[in-house]
Design a protein around this ligand. Structure first.
Ligand SMILES: NC(=O)c1ccc[n+]([C@@H]2O[C@H](COP(=O)([O-])OP(=O)(O)OC[C@H]3O[C@@H](n4cnc5c(N)ncnc54)[C@H](OP(=O)(O)O)[C@@H]3O)[C@@H](O)[C@H]2O)c1
Length: 403
């Protein structure tokens, strides 16, 4: 008889990854019930362990750990709430559900003195949340940034290395199982924003709802944008980043021009990367698979192991302020560049107008970006060149393309 009885919700990509990784370990834990949705699917586990009724897990007193791995954030929230209220420790990998409801989830953990862990929700197999909680607790982190979305990075790799079209690359990412069921969450920069929101809590003690973080993705990237980058020996990478700007924190998700000196330049395909810059340890880089059955299954299993050792997040709090008035330098392109809202820019250092492509490079307040993009033409694309943490200095390059 195992000491730890797991009730598992979801037996898809990650659920099966957990099942396999657990089977190859000698942990004193077993999956006793699996709740799924579709009664017509063939399963690779015994039928007597399968249920379609969540209460069979949530009301079972012998189950002391609930692992939630379904692809429906609302139903997931319901499961996690009920499990915590029944004082069953919970593991989840659902970043959207965690990021959007973290205040409530922290309160539930405190009220019912029951932990919720979610290492697999942030950058798949990269061990980041417990490292931020424990290893980096004594560090003064000044900046944390990286590539938090494997499918966007896969698409960008195919665009830059293989010259594939955006549609071809997206189709390949979906066929390989890297893109979520709704690709908007990946390519629109929402998925990395959920992860950044969770990271802000554990790195800086700052609770910032994802709705309050600016995000822009790679959905409007064009061949001209890629040519612009290539001619300057740059790549475009979708970055999530949080950093101190004076005494305040800034947080943003957007594509960035990156040069070959930057470790992120070399992170390709479905890999994720987290860069942490701190006062004592300086720069540290974690690279690993950001998604996939076994890598994410392992992250979930590591949470299960942590629970068996009595682990819980501490949720340090801070009184940090968030600054959105900071001026950031961006490259904005569109078919009709004259149609953009010029008044949003503080300064413009460069403008190019061609037949069916034009761009401007200029400085704009972070708080103005949303209106700049929503009021522009629907094909507008945005790439950051620098923030207060510089990625590249576009103006120092030669403008062969624009001449
Ligand atoms: N895939 C990855 O690499 C990855 C990486 C990090 C985090 N995650 C997160 O992990 C979670 C699971 O992702 P996944 O890729 O494993 O999803 P998936 O392959 O689509 O599998 C989803 C599973 O959830 C079950 N399900 C859906 N709604 C349900 C409900 N209301 N009650 C019970 N079961 C339900 C499905 O049942 P049926 O089998 O009956 O259809 C299926 O077994 C998501 O939150 C995702 O964001 C995934």
């Amino acid at each position: 008889m195992s000491k730890y009885k797991i009730g598992l919700f979801g037996f898809g990509c990650v659920g099966q990854g957990l099942y396999k990784t657990l089977a190859e370990n000698s942990l004193d834990a077993e999956i006793v019930k699996v709740c799924v949705k579709n009664k017509n699917k063939q399963r690779s586990i015994d039928n007597d362990r399968i249920t379609y009724n969540p209460s069979d897990i949530l009301n079972d007193d012998q189950i002391n750990i609930v692992v939630e791995l379904i692809d429906d954030p609302q139903a997931a929230l319901d499961i996690v709430r009920k499990a915590l209220k029944s004082r069953k420790a919970v593991v989840t990998a659902n970043k959207k559900m965690v990021a959007e409801n973290l205040d409530e989830l922290i309160a539930l953990q405190k009220e019912y003195e029951t932990p919720l862990l979610y290492e697999g929700a942030v950058c798949g197999s990269i061990p980041i949340i417990r490292n931020l909680e424990d290893y980096y607790a004594s560090e003064h982190i000044s900046e944390i940034k990286g590539i938090f979305n494997g499918s966007s990075n896969y698409i960008l790799t195919k665009l830059f290395q293989e010259g594939k079209s955006y549609e071809e690359a997206l189709g390949e990412a979906q066929a390989n199982g890297f893109a979520e069921s709704d690709p908007t969450l990946d390519v629109g920069g929402f998925d990395p924003k959920f992860k950044l929101s969770i990271i802000l809590q554990h790195a800086f003690g700052l609770r910032l709802h994802p709705d309050n973080i600016f995000n822009w993705g790679i959905q409007n990237i064009t061949d001209s944008d890629i040519a612009f980058a290539r001619e300057r020996n740059l790549k475009i990478k979708l970055l999530a980043k949080a950093y101190y700007n004076g005494d305040s924190l800034s947080a943003v998700v957007a594509p960035h021009f990156i040069d070959s000196q930057n470790p992120l330049y070399h992170v390709e395909n479905e890999f994720n990367c987290v860069l942490i810059n701190g006062k004592f340890a300086s720069n540290q880089t974690l690279i690993g698979k950001g998604a996939g059955s076994l890598p994410t299954g392992l992250a979930v299993l590591s949470d299960v192991v942590a629970l068996t050792q009595g682990y819980a997040y501490r949720y340090r709090s801070s009184d940090h302020k968030v600054d959105t008035s900071e001026l950031v330098e961006v490259y904005l392109s569109a078919k009709d560049i004259d149609a953009i809202n010029w008044t949003a820019f503080d300064t413009i250092s460069e403008k190019y107008v061609g037949n069916d492509y034009g761009y401007v490079i200029g400085k704009v307040a972070l708080s103005e970006l949303s209106s700049l993009l929503s009021n522009g033409s629907p094909d507008t694309n945005l790439v950051f060149t620098s923030g207060s943490q510089k990625e590249v200095e576009i103006p120092s390059l030669t403008y062969s393309y624009a001449s």
